[in-house]
Design a protein around this ligand. Sequence first.
Ligand SMILES: C[S@@+](CC[C@H](N)C(=O)[O-])C[C@H]1O[C@@H](n2cnc3c(N)ncnc32)[C@H](O)[C@@H]1O
Length: 303
Amino acid sequence: MRSKQLDLATYDTDKIKHYYLEVYDPVFAPWADKDVKLLEIGIHRGGSLKLWRDYFPRASITGIDLKLPDGFMPGERIQLFQGSQSDTRFLSEVAGKIAPDGFDIIIDDASHIGELSKTTFWHLFDHHLKPGGLYAIEDWGTGYFDDFPDGKKFDPKPSILDPFPCHSHGMVGFVKELIDEQAAGSIMLGRKEEFRLSKFESLLVTQGVVFVRKVMPILTAWPNPVPAGKGPGKTTVTWNSVDGKIYVSVNGREEILFAGSPRGSQDADWIEAGSHHEFRLYTSDHKALLAKVVVTRATSVHR
Ligand SMILES: C[S@@+](CC[C@H](N)C(=O)[O-])C[C@H]1O[C@@H](n2cnc3c(N)ncnc32)[C@H](O)[C@@H]1O
């Protein structure tokens, strides 16, 4: 694990005394040597930014805080921005400068106030986290603390109206809302609105950190190229998205709707040799392209 290769005593961050690296290590392992863009909200004295810089030797590290630390020298691969986690315009400005294609990893270690963290989460998750990216929310247990502005000691009164006693203060209430998003596919069943799946690939709740992984849209076509033969050929297009639709453009002509559901599998049995069939998975509002695949047809049978 990467943290075992570092001299942890040299980093001024409470992530170490809280044993958070034991939680982060297995989750971050696939990213450790990648060229990632990481954003942490909540800098304090800057110790965690230095930790992430060394933990991810090829990463660019961005920190945001209401107040920047005095005398902190960001140095190579670290950039700082001053502003509030709930100022969505400011967050978008930072993302536009540093990660126009989105961050790979976002860590919220700032106010630990439910409403603020929720605003930050949905803005950054929806607009500035890459598909397949990871969002970590630290110290969500503050929702159980009486001395926290929006926390309260765990003492739920069972109610005849509630199937289970429920504690929904501050960060805990926010995390429980994330469970509802993970369940979107079940919640939508039988509803009148257009069906959609969860925006989350997974939700991992640990002692101190909650991890949300963003769905990675999938679009494939098989076989591709379509084997040569008489008459038009057939490929099967398979896709999976939150609320996408598939369009196809043949030889650069205007797109036509191929499939209107967010996930599925459908044959295209009109694939012609010498033509370029581009299948495009868009968000259902047709504004953002999520994935595309070009299907062609082989022109001769190889022996
Ligand atoms: C727990 S400390 C961060 C610790 C740091 N990540 C580390 O591991 O060393 C929380 C930081 O969040 C900042 N903060 C609090 N509320 C904020 C807000 N609304 N927007 C941005 N930063 C905020 C505080 O100024 C403080 O520096």
